[in-house]
Design a protein around this ligand. Structure first.
Ligand SMILES: [Fe+2]
Length: 154
């Protein structure tokens, strides 16, 4: 039987993983929104880049949800719960391409912060496999942030 502390740590870890599930579900749609609605002289470059990003988002969503199932959790799987749980804001309308890129950098930076928090909880729960998964996603996001900042000339 798990101790009270172990059960509490497990529940907290599941909450953190479900926040990731909700945010990646939302981002999967948001990155499509940008892919479809951006315009301007860099359309072709950014259209392809955002397709790469939403494809990755779909992979992370599935990996985190299946890890959650593997440790006995229940991943969020409805849009209603996604919207009530996600901390990333949905996209609205259109804006300049560079504003989309800057917003994506902010969203990814927020996810990095939340991934670090989730990793800390996984460490406390002695769940090295989840820690590894979260770290690998964080390293991809760090690289995207650097590349998108370079695109903006920052
Ligand atoms: Fe497309």
């Amino acid at each position: 039987m798990p101790t009270q502390i172990q059960s509490t740590q497990q529940a907290t870890l599941e909450q953190h993983l479900n926040l990731q599930v909700a945010n990646w579900t939302l981002l999967y749609t948001k990155l499509h929104h940008i892919h479809w609605y951006l315009s301007g002289p860099h359309f072709f470059t950014l259209h392809v880049k955002f397709e790469e990003l939403f494809t990755e988002a779909g992979t992370y969503l599935d990996e985190i949800a299946e890890r959650l199932l593997s440790i006995g959790g229940r991943p969020i799987a409805t849009l209603k719960e996604t919207l009530s749980t996600a901390t990333i804001q949905e996209a609205k309308g259109t804006q300049e391409p560079n504003a989309w890129v800057a917003e994506t950098i902010r969203d990814f930076a927020q996810l990095v912060t939340e991934l670090k928090e989730a990793r800390q909880v996984a460490e406390e729960a002695q769940d090295g496999v989840t820690e590894d998964l979260l770290l690998s996603i964080q390293s991809k996001l760090d690289k995207h942030i650097w590349m998108l900042q370079s695109y903006l000339g920052h």
